[in-house]
Design a protein around this ligand. Structure first.
Ligand SMILES: NC(=O)c1ccc[n+]([C@@H]2O[C@H](COP(=O)([O-])OP(=O)(O)OC[C@H]3O[C@@H](n4cnc5c(N)ncnc54)[C@H](O)[C@@H]3O)[C@@H](O)[C@H]2O)c1
Length: 390
């Protein structure tokens, strides 16, 4: 199949591109490298050194003999998006090219606005371009499990049967996101559902759990590394805990650490995306997939890192620090995730094994982590945004 990846330079996008070409798909990537610039803006960098895109593409050609076409461009620019659809008329477009950090969106009013405007604009551009020049394309749109929040009932895959005042309907499950970033994804989902309704576009909306890992089956050469962020703005809790442990710092668990989320390895995330691409929904269907393997609380994650690090001779420690976020620290969490399994998905990676690989990779790049140790501790406070006028 011919697949365009919007956001190919990113953590998931690069790993997905390598995985798809290894399975015989032809890949075209689009990116404007904004994640690199935004991470620099907060004084950080990827723990794994990553080549620039043009060098990356040369290495891929050298190692696999395959070519990935690349368009440097901004998905918030309609002319760029329409040009890509016009030129490539892809079977699938995977949209990963959005601002993806919750803390970044919470810094101040400008970061909130930038997040929502750019995320919602890029998705609208894509559905308009599909309608105008490539209506057969299947859009795989990356959302997040964070759209649902943490309701006190089970979370279905997108829709659920509901009875109210004696009448029944099949409705979108309520979304209760926890940051401006997560709300941008909720607004995207509403827009994708509506684009499907008015134009009959075929769309898979992926509710992605937190992704972890430094490697996939295809990332076998240091020059093929994907990015791995660890600072307080861009790093997930798991990434921060691994880096803190390698640096001999205590793992900074926010609050009581009962916050529970769904997780999946990078290898299995790209496997799921390939399965979604190879098995599109019925033409003109809007499909929602919950994409994660297992739920862990933040304190459980810290304990897993502790056990694996201890076995490696590191000296891990856990500390509870005041929670800069506004979120429930103890709650019920039981999302359903069956549709991908029905399409043939089987988990291939366990958290402990991946943690061991992550720690080994990070030890190799300890100097890069040392250089940025001051950006790990939380500074972005949900309750007290930065004053943009100061
Ligand atoms: N990584 C996770 O754990 C996770 C979890 C849930 C959802 N997601 C979602 O998955 C997607 C990919 O996440 P990621 O971790 O790979 O993020 P990332 O920031 O590493 O990658 C996104 C890529 O898109 C590019 N990009 C962003 N805006 C763009 C624009 N307007 N035009 C062109 N390129 C643009 C960035 O430069 C970057 O290379 C995001 O939508 C994110 O919200 C990620």
């Amino acid at each position: 199949m011919r697949v365009v990846i919007g956001g190919i330079d990113g953590y998931i996008g690069w790993a997905l591109a390598l995985h798809l070409i290894s399975r015989g798909h032809s890949v075209i990537g689009v990116d404007n490298f904004i994640t690199r610039r935004r991470v620099e803006e907060v004084g950080s960098w990827s723990a794994t050194p990553i080549l620039d895109m043009y060098e990356r593409l040369k290495v891929v050609e050298e190692l696999t003999g395959q070519r990935i076409d690349f368009v440097e461009g901004d998905l918030t620019d309609y002319a760029v998006v329409r040009g890509v659809f016009n030129k490539y008329k892809p079977d699938a477009f995977v949209h990963l090219g959005e601002q993806r950090s919750a803390p970044y969106s919470m810094i101040d009013v400008h970061h909130a606005v930038e997040t929502q405007v750019s995320n919602i604009t890029s998705s609208l551009n894509i559905v308009y371009a599909m309608k105008d020049v490539s209506p057969h394309t299947h859009l795989v749109k990356m959302g997040t499990m964070g759209e649902y929040g943490t309701p006190n009932i089970d979370i279905p895959e997108g829709f659920f049967e509901v009875e109210y005042n004696g009448r029944r309907d099949y409705l979108p499950f309520p979304r209760m996101a926890g940051s401006w970033y997560h709300w941008s994804k909720v607004h995207d989902s509403g827009n994708m559902m509506f684009a499907n309704k008015i134009w009959g576009l075929t769309i898979t909306d992926v509710m992605q759990g937190v992704v972890y890992g430094t490697r996939t089956d295809e990332i076998v050469d240091e020059r093929l590394h994907t990015r791995f962020d660890f600072d307080e703005v861009w790093g997930t809790a798991l990434n921060r805990f691994c880096v803190e442990t390698v640096l001999g710092l205590p793992m900074t668990v926010y609050g009581r650490g009962g916050q529970t989320r769904g997780f999946i390895s990078l290898t299995d995330s790209v496997q799921c995306l390939r399965i979604a691409i190879e098995n599109p929904p019925d033409k003109s269907e809007y499909r929602v997939l919950n994409q994660f393997d297992e739920a862990y609380s933040v304190i459980e994650l810290a304990k897993k890192v502790y056990e694996v690090a201890k076995r490696k001779g590191l000296e891990p420690a856990i500390a509870n620090v005041p929670n800069p976020r506004v979120e429930a620290e103890q709650h019920y969490y039981n999302p359903i995730h069956e549709k991908l399994k029905k399409l043939g998905y089987k988990r291939t990676r366990m958290l402990e094994d991946e943690l061991s690989i992550i720690l080994d990779d990070l030890v190799k790049y300890k100097e890069r982590l040392e250089a940025k140790r001051e950006v790990i501790f939380p500074r972005t406070d949900w309750r007290r945004p930065r004053n943009p006028l100061r």
